[in-house]
Design a protein around this ligand. Structure first.
Ligand code: GCB
Length: 571
């Protein structure tokens, strides 16, 4: 899936701004004559969750209506016009000028529609219905009656238009998709490029790969809609965490001697694989230091805030992290672009958290997970930063989960054979997917939810359990979550739960255990920052306080400690 781009052949405008908005508590719709739009809307900022923007209705999850009137920003009858939503949580229905355009299920992933035949030359009316109500049939599902809202997961179910809405054009005849896989032979980088075009006859594709000093080109005739091409880069500058070298790959489509379409993609040449108990980046073992995160910030909720992304990268860099997991849903495209540019390694997770596999929903859960992994791989397959696909976070214990994940694993393999695949395991659950996944990701909270306040016992249990898992599967283990809720400014000596000292000691001791095991390939702390969740007796102020930084990104004691440990670079 090609992100909209601006060049001579392609354009886009960002429809972000203030839209009209209405809550619809009785699910009445927006009136009889709604093709003309609704009256009495209140202004709302797009993109951003709706929940924290107003003084009322914070926990209202839908349905709600958005509306935008816009004039066509170009005269482009010779182009295809598309509309693209980066993420809308959770269900959306779109109308343009009174006509139904489409329906999408699932947050955190993009969807787009061809509106060439619907857009008017002057005034246009866009209406979007969003329903974020929780349901057992959704992924992620509702469930826990001890939470308000009743999520089956531990983060606030923010709703609304969360990422930019783009109106864009592409040539009617031209390029539709590019996918790139890279491999390495000594000092040569090999790019296997698949391009998809509309049915083009008498056309050529020109590839140009520009690097720091040189340019490599290649021209071939287009024979098929989906065509495979190869480029070999001698003395390539490989992409890695220290030097995240990116090339510009430009694909031009040439018909009768003129360029009819063009797209430039950033490409990093690197390999990622599992060998024995190691994770290899460019054939060298790499140890992951980093975090699970959330897209979460006061007022904007789960909305796209570029400055917060920059701050989070800066803080991760400051403590010496080299990686993160997109817990528990795909992050924005821009977050992924920055990871490529800044040399972060990303475990890319679909929004499958809290899967129950219960009889009434298991088929729907699988259908949605299949949809999500396909949408995610289409979106993110070209990012060198993406080193692993995560098919779920903490699925529940079920005899049916092995078969479920085998289907999902096989599909993922079919779509991308170049990255390891994992499922993130919950403490106390037998993870049947570990039979076939290449990396074992485990979330562990000994010393918190079990053995509270007893770090000695916790580390002993952690150590024994990891050895047992390794013994059983002989696969590398990543501790993908460990952490302790910590009230900023709360201190105690000796360290006690919820104090900054306890969090620091907890993290330090877990890391010691990890570093003593040759098969452990990394440590991801839960969480980079404090984040909002549902109300419940274990979440003071509806916050999860396991952040190493506060929600407004101030360091706790543990952040300073990590900076010392990780910057030694001896891990
Ligand atoms: C977990 C979940 C994460 C929670 C965390 C916690 O295992 O994966 O979503 O926030 O525990 O703090 O309990």
């Amino acid at each position: 899936m090609l992100y909209p781009q601006r060049n001579y052949h392609r354009h886009f405008v960002d429809l972000s701004g203030f839209w009209d908005f209405r809550f619809d508590p009785d699910d009445k719709g927006i009136g009889e004559n709604w093709a003309n739009g609704f009256n009495y809307g209140r202004p709302i900022a797009v993109p951003a969750s709706w929940n924290d923007q107003f003084a009322d209705n914070r926990d209202f999850l839908g349905p709600a209506w958005y509306q935008l009137k816009f004039k066509k920003p170009w005269n482009c009858d010779t182009k295809k016009t598309m509309i693209r939503f980066g993420s809308v949580n959770y269900l959306s229905d779109l109308w343009l000028n009174g006509e139904m355009v489409g329906h999408h299920e699932g947050g955190h992933l993009p969807f787009e529609y061809d509106i060439s035949n619907m857009i008017l030359s002057e005034d246009n009316l866009l209406v979007l219905r969003v329903d974020g109500r929780l349901s057992e049939n959704h992924v992620p599902p509702s469930g826990n009656p001890m939470n308000n809202p009743k999520t089956n997961f531990d983060f606030y179910p923010f709703c609304g238009i969360h990422r930019p809405v783009l109106l864009y054009t592409i040539p009617i005849e031209g390029l539709r998709d590019i996918s790139v896989r890279t491999s390495i032979k000594d000092t040569t980088g090999i790019l296997d490029i698949t391009i998809e075009t509309t049915n083009l006859r008498d056309s050529h594709v020109n590839l140009s790969l520009k690097s720091f000093e040189s340019e490599l080109t290649n021209t071939s005739k287009i024979e098929e809609k989906v065509q495979k091409l190869t480029l070999e880069v001698k003395k390539a500058k490989f992409w890695n965490t220290e030097t995240p070298n990116l090339y510009d790959l430009t694909v031009d489509i040439v018909k009768l001697d003129s360029i009819i379409d063009s797209y430039t993609l950033k490409v990093g040449i690197r390999t990622i694989k599992v060998k024995g108990d190691k994770l290899l980046l460019n054939n060298k073992p790499i140890y992951l230091t980093g975090f699970g995160r959330h897209e979460d910030f006061p007022i904007t909720g789960r909305g796209y805030v570029p400055a917060v992304m920059i701050k989070d990268y800066s803080l991760m860099n400051w403590v010496g992290a080299n990686s993160f997991r997109t817990s528990h849903y795909p992050y924005s495209e821009q977050m992924m672009d920055l990871a490529d540019r800044l040399g972060f390694l990303v475990i890319d997770e679909i929004p499958a958290v809290g899967l129950t596999f219960s009889k009434d929903v298991i088929d729907r859960e699988l259908e949605l997970c299949n949809q999500y992994i396909e949408e995610l791989i289409k979106r993110d397959e070209n990012h060198p930063s993406v080193i692993m696909w995560s098919l779920a976070n903490e699925p529940h214990n079920s005899l049916k989960s092995g078969k479920f994940f085998k289907v999902l694993y096989d599909k993922t393999r079919e779509l991308d054979n170049s990255r390891p695949i994992t499922v993130v395991n919950m403490m106390g659950v037998k993870e049947r997917a570990f039979e076939f996944c290449e990396v074992l990701c485990i979330n562990r909270y000994y010393g918190w939810y079990m053995q509270p306040g007893n770090i000695d016992e916790a580390c002993d249990m952690l150590s024994k359990e990891m050895d047992k898992l390794y013994e059983q599967y002989r696969k590398p283990i990543l501790i993908s979550e460990f952490g302790a809720d910590t009230i900023p400014g709360w201190h105690s000596q000796p360290p006690e739960m919820f104090s900054e000292e306890y969090q620091a000691e907890f993290i330090e001791r877990y890391i010691e255990v990890c570093h003593s095991k040759p098969y452990v390939i990394g440590e991801h702390i839960w969480n980079l920052c404090d984040f909002k969740t549902s109300q419940g007796i274990t979440r003071m102020g509806s916050m999860n306080y396991k952040g190493v930084f506060t929600r407004d990104r101030r360091p706790k004691l543990a952040a300073h400690l990590l900076r010392k440990i990780w910057n030694k670079k001896e891990v």
